[in-house]
Design a protein around this ligand. Structure first.
Ligand SMILES: NCc1[nH]cc(CCC(=O)O)c1CC(=O)O
Length: 309
């Protein structure tokens, strides 16, 4: 299994490796350095693809047989020769606030500085109208957290899943409600890939690791993202949840509830967010995502073709 060398990547790959080992599979972990690990330039200029492409190249060259990504970092377009073999059970998909003095978002006084490098988080924080000053940052989880502990910033927003995976969930001062902040499509989920030619390995990975509910949820979220022609750095949030509903005969059925948000051009350069939600049968995941994207476009969602990757 190939992995990036960051603490988060090593933990994610380690979790998948452990699940495979528990099923009797022998696993060796190989570190692959990606250009994204060496650069501190804003993600918007280098593109998140830098994190995934070096891993995929090592896979295609046959140096490794399995790779694990944070699913939200993957481009929406499929990669020739590579198959998404498994989507393991998802971690908590919500975003988390780490603020000074244990504060929550609502308790931060106007003018407080909040660090984030994500256009999605920036746009939603602005749309909340709390008078917060958004400061662009990047770097690994430790670097971002240190900006708060060192007193450089009042708060930072990070994915809860990443913090939980590296054992830092206790530094979170508020887990943000999706009503305030919808996560990135597929946030908290992993994507396990292998070469398309390795059919037996693909079946092994699917039967050992795949979680049907997570796959349906991320399929809906990513279909929405793709239909907006938006990449992983776009101001687009989505969250699909498997919910129990009643069918026409009153029988309990599982459906997918999808919420989505996207930025629209507001007055005087302000960024506003439009939101929509819908419900569908589980096998309709991709269609649900497309339908919700169409609704968001009707509501004025921006043209994100420049951010697709
Ligand atoms: N953008 C980078 C990235 N890719 C995956 C995670 C965290 C784990 C996940 O969301 O699955 C993070 C950090 C973050 O957004 O805070």
């Amino acid at each position: 299994m190939g992995t990036r060398g960051s603490k988060l990547a090593l933990t994610q790959t380690g979790t998948v490796a452990d699940a495979l080992r528990a099923a009797g599979v022998e696993v060796e972990i190989v570190k692959v350095t990606t250009p994204g690990d060496k650069s501190l330039a804003p993600i918007a200029t280098i593109g998140v693809g830098v994190f995934t492409s070096a891993l995929r190249e090592a896979l295609l060259r046959g140096e490794v047989d399995v790779i694990v990504h944070s699913y939200k970092d993957l481009p929406t377009a499929p990669e020739p020769g590579i198959t998404l073999a498994a989507v393991p059970p998802r971690e908590d998909p919500r975003d988390a606030l780490i603020a000074r003095d244990g504060l929550t978002l609502g308790e931060l006084p106007p003018g407080s500085t909040v660090g984030t490098g994500a256009a999605r988080r920036t746009a939603q924080l602005r749309a909340l109208g709390l008078g917060l000053e958004i400061v662009p940052i990047r770097g690994n989880i430790d670097t971002r957290m240190r900006k708060v502990t060192d007193g450089e910033l009042d708060a930072v927003v990070l994915a809860r899943a990443g913090l939980a995976r590296v054992g830092l969930a206790e530094v979170i001062t508020e887990t943000l409600d999706p009503i305030q902040m919808l996560p990135a499509p597929a946030q908290g989920a992993l994507a396990v890939e292998c070469r398309s030619a390795d059919v037996e390995l693909e079946q092994l990975l699917a039967s050992t690791l795949d979680d049907e509910g997570t796959r349906a949820a991320v399929t809906a979220e990513r279909a929405m993202l793709a239909a907006l022609e938006a990449g992983c750095s776009a101001p687009v949030g989505a969250l699909a949840e498997i919910v129990e509903d009643l069918d026409a005969e009153g029988k309990v059925v599982e459906r997918i509830s999808l919420r989505g948000t996207a930025a629209v051009d507001g007055e005087n350069g302000a960024v506003d967010m439009v939101r929509a939600s819908a419900l569908a049968d589980k096998d309709q995941a991709a269609q649900l995502g497309k339908d919700l994207a169409a609704e968001l476009l009707d509501l004025g969602a921006g043209d994100f073709s420049g951010t697709a990757q």
